[in-house]
Design a protein around this ligand. Structure first.
Ligand SMILES: NC(=O)c1ccc[n+]([C@@H]2O[C@H](COP(=O)([O-])OP(=O)(O)OC[C@H]3O[C@@H](n4cnc5c(N)ncnc54)[C@H](OP(=O)(O)O)[C@@H]3O)[C@@H](O)[C@H]2O)c1
Length: 273
């Protein structure tokens, strides 16, 4: 079983550097199979969201695994339609019921919803004070959205979960977050499997005898971000965490830097006011 390093957050808590992404896993049998394969491989961090409609699957899978709550890191996210003070609180109470737990490890605002994101952030801060979530953060926030938070936030987010991979390296955003002590969490670290034909990655895959996906994930690890690759395939789940026994050289990292092509496979929050 692979032991995943922890990354320290600005609030004193820590997050396992690799987690299993759970978006688009809507069949409970597939979910349980993926969860069990992940636990066996060493994953202890799971990334769900209200919008994924699988919080209850995660809750049941954790109970069945008999692994103690303290050993597992759970993230959920307030869905766009649940923004607002009362609505976000109520929806989060429902998330805890779905998950059948008394707290989550990380609660994120899923998207920088205009106007309502301020009230929602203040609510999420209260939920943290009440011990219902250990850490709080945001997702899909650009430096502009983060900067405007400084006018109203009592505390800055611990995490900003954004699309990031070799083909969307997010250098400016990462530089900004690093200055503010915000850890970047890379979603779609495999570019949603939409760009699996890059020659440089193929060459590195041959050199290290690692898969194309493992080279992409290793690149992200060496950027010191958290990664949450998704798979429902037990072999790929194992493969995606087996990335701690080789290291890309500085020259190779420089070569991969040149592969950035601003490829977005999800949404683009840059235009959100
Ligand atoms: N906050 C947000 O707005 C946001 C947005 C998007 C994603 N996320 C989070 O980030 C997680 C990961 O992102 P993602 O699901 O978009 O994409 P991803 O992890 O980049 O890629 C997932 C795709 O790659 C395939 N795959 C997985 N491992 C592979 C491997 N070793 N070799 C070849 N193909 C492989 C998967 O298929 P199989 O399942 O068949 O293996 C799936 O089609 C999500 O599940 C979610 O938790 C958050």
């Amino acid at each position: 079983m692979i032991k995943v390093p922890l990354i320290k957050l600005n609030d004193g808590n820590s997050i396992p550097q690799v987690g299993l992404g759970l978006w688009q896993i809507t069949d409970e049998k597939k979910f349980s199979k993926a969860f069990n394969a992940a636990i066996e491989a060493g994953y202890r961090h799971f990334d769900t969201a209200q919008a994924y409609h699988n919080e209850a699957y995660l809750g049941r899978a954790i109970k069945q695994s008999k692994i103690s709550r303290q050993e597992i890191f759970i993230t959920t996210k307030i869905a766009v339609q649940n923004f607002g003070d009362k609505k976000s609180r109520k929806s989060f109470e429902q998330s805890l019921k779905n998950l059948d737990i008394s707290y989550v490890d990380l609660l994120l605002l899923h998207f920088p919803v205009p106007v309502l994101r301020k009230k929602t952030w203040l609510t999420v801060e209260e939920l943290k004070t009440q011990g219902l979530t250990k850490s709080i953060g945001v997702s899909n926030f650009t430096p502009r959205h983060l900067l405007s938070m400084e006018e109203y936030a009592k505390e800055l987010p611990s995490i900003n979960q954004v699309e990031m991979h070799v083909f969307l390296q997010q250098s400016k955003l990462r530089e900004y977050c690093s200055k503010k002590g915000i850890v970047v969490e890379a979603y779609s670290p495999l570019a949603h499997a939409k760009a699996m034909d890059n020659q440089v990655i193929k060459q590195l895959s041959d050199k290290y005898n690692k898969s194309y996906a493992q080279i992409m994930l290793r690149w992200a690890l060496q950027q010191e971000v958290v990664i949450i690759p998704k798979s429902v395939n037990p072999d790929r789940i194992k493969e995606n965490i087996d990335i701690f026994n080789f290291k890309l050289s500085n020259v190779e990292i420089d070569l991969l830097k040149k592969q950035d092509k601003n490829l977005r496979t999800c949404w683009n929050p840059e235009l959100v006011p």
